[in-house]
Design a protein around this ligand. Sequence first.
Ligand code: TRP
Length: 501
Amino acid sequence: MRVRIFKLTERNNFAILLDITALVRKAHHSRDSGGESITLEFLLGTQMTDIKKSIHGEWSSRFAFILAATGSAVGLGNIWKFPYIAGENGGGAFVLVYLLCVLLIGIPIMMAETMLGRRSRQNPIDTMITLADEAGADKNWHYLGWMGVIAGFLILSYYSVIAGWASAYTVKAFFGSFSGADATEIKSLFDGFVGSPLQLMFWHSLFMLATMLIVARGVNTGLEKAVRFLMPSLFVLLILLVGYAMTTGDYYDQGIAFLFSPDFSKLTGEGVLIAMGHAFFTLSLGMGAIMIYGSYLPKDVSIAKTVYLIAGTDTVVALLAGIAIFPIVFASGLEPAVGPGLIFQTLPIAFGNMTGGWFFGVLFFVMLVFAALSSSISLIEPAVAWLVEKKDMSRKQACIWSGAVTWLLGLATVFSFNAWSNVKVFDRTLFQLLDYLTANLMLPIGGFCIAVFAGWIMTQQHTTHEMDMPDALSYKVWRFVIRYVSPTAVFLVFLNVIGVL
Ligand code: TRP
């Protein structure tokens, strides 16, 4: 047997361990009576899985991962997007489908995605290469990683523009622009703002810059601290807003009823697809964000328990946002289906008219910007990790490149609200097109593939080992759901929307 001697630098340690593991596996495959290599495979394969670490470091604890993953999940998706798409799709029935999708598709796939990342400890592209190789599967699985990286760019490009709106509204709140204003005034404030490409571009640039600065410093350092204070504060503020909503008089009859009494006649096939897409979007699934965060997850952490906690928090935040917003919508005589401007046309009314509204308004929009930041960094981290691992860039260089690409793409969204608002592709503005393409198509397709990979391609031995469930039954349930329920559900929703069902 030929022995190659490597100089193990810290940067390359991991890649080389993998190379050795793969070599030994090959040797094992090519021999029938490989007693010796079985021992070696045991030594190099199984045990090394346990000592694998990402070159980017690790979360300091389970709690740190929970904070970061919750930070990724909770964002504009919960507070800006959920209310406006629920409003556009008729409320109750849509919300019910969304909750079902979180339970049957989102949670099991979130477990699978975290598991894939932790097993390989690399960026999503190489994760798919390594794990496909480990399972003896086709190389083409790495396209899944690529699709994720592209989806990340596309999502961040419009995410950053909307986060820019939230940043601008922080300043508006600070200068008292909402004080005493009624629904009409707040609406014209919003229309004037999004009608200005320069303003949108300015705030989009600022937000992208902030994202790049944080990511350049490494996601698992400063972020932990920021999210630790962010989540509880956001929670308290939302409860406060729900309190205000209760005083509007339309709380139960219209607000709560709109969100929680399902009227299935209002739900279209397209609505079901949007609800499912949103389950992926809000949990940051299907593009490798949770995978890359999983790759920084220490070995001894229970994936299942952690995922329940994250998904639960995310869902509660979205529902609270809806409960706070819809009573104001009806009390102010607004339409629930006004679209992406919904929270910017409702919450300022609350802040402009409630006691302490100036203070809470500023605080709310600051929180929203931070919540968006802790999400945006997870959208770009897979690409950055890949550039650092594979293209030998420094984190700083990687951030500049990926940030520049995203910024440029973001201009499409900036102009889709003003100069190019008449440009339609498939009957959609560029912003709507990007949103549809990513949230409703790329993420569900990505999630479907992750489920198939974890349920059908990876060996049961490996998934059992990596999931490390508290008991055998939980593992069996997860495996059943990830093999049959989640992929079938995604598939049926697609069939439904193209009219086959
Ligand atoms: N989940 C975030 C939100 O709700 C957005 C987000 C962050 C995301 N990372 C993602 C969406 C990855 C899809 C994929 O605001």
